[in-house]
Structures are given as C-alpha cells and as structure tokens.
Design a binder for this molecule. Structure first.
Ligand code: NCD
Length: 357
C-alpha cells in the first residue's frame, strides 16, 4: 500500500485496529489520530485530480440494510478517491428477500475477494457480529440506535476546523437523543476529547440515565442557549419510535426547534450542526440551516476526508497484521547446538590476511 495522505506532515501515533465499530472503544489518542489523518486527506479534495493510488487493487463493499443518501455516497466516493474498487449492496435488490442472513451474504461476497465491508443495519451490534465472522475489515456506518462512528468523527473534525479545538467547548446535542446513534457516538467522542456535553430535549426523548455517560441532561433548550459553543440539532427519528413521544410536532418545534429568535440568544460565533437528513421547519428553520452559523455542508465535505482516513487506516492495519502473521509462519533459522552437528558444518574459508601459517 502506498503511503498516507497528502505530502504534509504525518500524524503522530499509531492505529492498529482492523475494524471501526464505535467510538466507545477508542482512546482519545486514536480519535485524534483519525482526525489528523483525515486532515491530510482533505487536501486531496482541493487538487485538480482528486484521486490517489493508496488503495489500488483493494475492494470495498457497501453493505447497506437501511436507507442512506449521504453516508453511502460518501463512503463510495471516499473509496474511489483512494482508487479502490467499490461494490454496492442494497437490501431491496438482494437475496435477503429470499431469506439469506447478513453473515451468509457477507461471507459469500467475501469469497470474491473483499478487503472492507461498510455496514449499515437496523440491528444494534450487527457490524460487531460480522467483524468476528469475516477476515475483511468492518466499518460501522450506523447500527440501530447504537453508534455511527464516522458521523461523530466528521462532526469532531468540523468543530476542530471551525473553532480550533474540542477541549473545553460546551456542545449541546438537541432532539431525539434516545433513538440516536449519532448522539451516542458524539457523546463518546466529545467527552473523550474534553468537551462539556449537554443533551437537550423532552424527557421522553432524553432520559435521565444519559447522565451515566458523563453528560448533562436538560429539558429546556432556552436555558442552555447563551452558554453553548456548538448546537448539534438532530432529527426526530420517527422510524425508530413506536408512537410519537410527545404531543405533536408543532409543540416539539415550539419548545426545541432552532429558529432565528433562539439563535439570536446564542454566542455570536455559535456553530450550528445537523447530521442530515433535515426536517426543515421541525428541528431547524431554513433561515438557520442556510444561515452564516450553519456548518451543515462543511460536515458533508469533512465526511469524505474522514471516510478516506478510516478506509486507509483499517486496511493498512489488516495488511500489517497479515504480514506479521505470515512472518511468524517462516521457519526459524537453524541453530547449531551439539558438537557433532558443529563438526558437520563446513568451517568458513580462512581469511588469508588473518590466518596463521
Ligand atoms: C443519521 C443516521 O442515519 O443515523 N444520518 C446520517 O447518517 N447522516 C441521522 C438520521 O438519520 O437522522
């Protein structure tokens, strides 16, 4: 595999994981390492030819069991920019409808020679299970309400680009925290990098037990507005809820929607984020989503660099592990121990300079 990103400085540290399954298990140093690697890759998007040979000859498969626009396209483009071949699997047009399981599907695709699976699934833990069944790398592109690590990494990358740091910032994540994998991954990433996090929303969507994750829980958006550096607005995930967890969308918008009036009560340079898809007029008004504080499209651009970094790092780790395993299989050099064996080894040719007559 040819070397890392751009021509600039290499990030310090190391990455040894073959899979990226969540931010919960990563150390602060590992998170910083991915962000630094992504910074190097972001430069490639500014070139006239936006492609490097880093993953030439490798194969990435998008295994998406749930719908997606941004994440799937972003992973595909990231793999293509690294010159990998990309295969796209979608549940609707596959043998899943004929009863095939995720593991069987993945192992069959793997038999064609695959280096990395990018997996999105409605079941929490599906990518973890898959990672124990295949030789290829597994990257979690969102599993149920559990984790969405590359979304959180791109959110961290965007905050760092805009505000220069994560440590010491106050970030409010607003909305449907209970059903959100984006919220969980953000909570792990932000707290590990030293941010203060407040989760905000109605009690039915923001249970008090979230405090166990090291965040503050608040049910009054207006109270936190003047104090926060970043507002991350989330969608109401109707598809993961049974009944609506509050009286009406209108009431939700009145209490927790971000509009110009509420934005005016924030610090001047507050950064407004949203992972998409946006429900304009519900959690955020168009004037705020398209306004000067919004970094929503910067998040999408950052996603490409973060996913290039992720694919590069996991495939590199896999290939290093395979090379080390192969080296361990080589027979050890023959050691001569017994005098008999020593006698049978021909003595080296005497050096005419030093040999005694
Ligand atoms: C999120 C997701 O799918 O978890 N979107 C995304 O990946 N950009 C959030 C959402 O669906 O609301």
């Amino acid at each position: 595999m040819s070397g890392a990103p751009g021509e600039g400085g290499r990030p310090q540290g190391a990455w040894t994981r073959r899979h990226l399954l969540g931010l919960r298990e990563l150390s602060a140093d590992e998170i910083r390492f991915v962000l630094d690697t992504a910074k190097g890759f972001s430069e490639i998007s500014t070139r006239s030819i936006r492609k490097v040979p880093t993953l030439r000859g490798r194969v990435a498969v998008n295994l998406f069991y749930e719908s997606s626009t941004r994440t799937r396209l972003s992973f595909s483009l990231a793999a293509q920019r690294l010159s990998a071949d990309v295969l796209d699997f979608t549940k609707e047009s596959s043998s899943t409808s004929k009863g095939e399981t995720l593991i069987d599907t993945a192992r069959n695709i793997e038999a064609m020679g695959v280096d990395v699976f990018v997996v999105r699934h409605s079941a929490s833990g599906a990518p973890h299970v898959l990672s124990s069944k295949v030789q290829a790398c597994v990257v979690n592109a969102g599993d149920g309400a559990h984790e969405h690590p590359t979304q959180a990494l791109l959110d961290l990358f965007t905050i760092r680009e805009k505000l220069g740091r994560i440590d010491g910032l106050h970030v409010a994540i607003v909305g449907d925290i209970a059903h959100s994998r984006v919220a969980r991954s953000n909570i792990w990433g932000l707290t590990k990098l030293g941010a203060r996090v407040t989760v905000v929303g109605p009690p039915t969507l923001v249970p008090a037990r979230f405090a166990e994750l090291g965040v503050e829980v608040c049910h009054d958006l207006d109270k936190v507005l003047p104090d926060v550096d970043v507002l991350n607005m989330l969608r109401i995930q109707r598809e993961r809820q049974g009944n609506l967890s509050f009286p009406s969308l209108e009431e939700y918008t009145r209490l927790f929607g971000l509009d110009g009036r509420r934005l005016a009560r924030c610090k001047k340079g507050v950064v407004v984020m949203h992972p998409g898809p946006l429900n304009r007029g519900v959690e955020i008004t168009p004037e705020v989503a398209d306004g000067p504080n919004s970094v929503i499209l910067d998040q999408v651009s950052a996603g490409l660099a973060v996913r290039m970094a992720t694919l590069f790092l996991v495939v590199q780790a896999k290939e290093q592990q395979q090379a080390a395993a192969l080296a361990a299989l080589q027979p050890p050099p023959i050691e001569v121990t017994s005098p008999d064996a020593a006698a049978s080894v021909p003595s080296p040719t005497p050096d005419p300079e030093t040999a005694s007559p």
